[in-house]
Design a protein around this ligand. Sequence first.
Ligand code: VAH
Length: 302
Amino acid sequence: KILVTGACGQLGTELVEALRRKYGWKNVISADVHPATDTSGLYVRLDVLNKKKLAYLVQHRGIKQIFHLAAVLSATGEQNPQKAWEINMQGLLNVLEVSKDSKVQKIFWPSSIAVFDAKGEVNPSTVYGISKAAGEQWCRYYFERHGLDVRSLRYPGLISHKTKPGGGTTDYSVEIFQEAVRSGKYACFLKEHTTLPMMYMPDAVRATLELMDAPKENITVRTSYSLAAMSFSPRDLAAHIRSHLPGFELECYPDFRQEIAESWPMIVSDYRARRDWGWQEAYDISRMTEDMLAHLMQKELC
Ligand code: VAH
């Protein structure tokens, strides 16, 4: 059985779908802080700060793999630093400790390019980035000290059409599509030339499954693998959207998230992921734009 925490989030929603397709829907238990509405038992309400409930769930449902996605993202985290640290750090420590005690075979935990500074050094300046950089070290510690098979990816900004974005600095890249289809214009909270590493959700989900399926001996990075697909700015994205929706208008009104974005690198190198487990992205900005608009136009027209 597999447990996914943060299952209702932007990444969680799609990862649960992919895992249920791959392992059979009865073998994947999704969990998040929202109240359970169904009686199937396949979704459970879980606050990852509740270590007792987490341990009970893992032991009584025979959980052998955990995808621990529950976290507060960069922009929300800056609004409530103590809460972000508590959820991101204590949540991870609870999962690592329970996994060690309950002999969980494999754990996935998402890190982020937010651990980097603008020069690409691990030197985070947001609480979110600090919690991810510290979490990477804890993952390596539990691997080295307790043999826990914890694997991690430093995701770029993720773009998807199925769910709302989760309070990150890259959320503009999802909102811009929704607004392009709804109103034909978008007021972006970043400056138009702010280039950031990005990835389309189908690539991010596939990378996660490929990492988890890789033979243990191939995994040489036990902090977190950097992952890349493309880098673009709001201006670049608006141009691609305009090639499908002529007349689309982008206006930029930078807010506090501009400073966060400028603290991150414009590109990251993912040669270790390509070397160790054959990573190769499938979506570039034009293929992603086509796919996003096709799905969102369909939703809008229904
Ligand atoms: C955020 N979407 O903006 C996340 C991600 C690289 C960005 O970590 O916080």
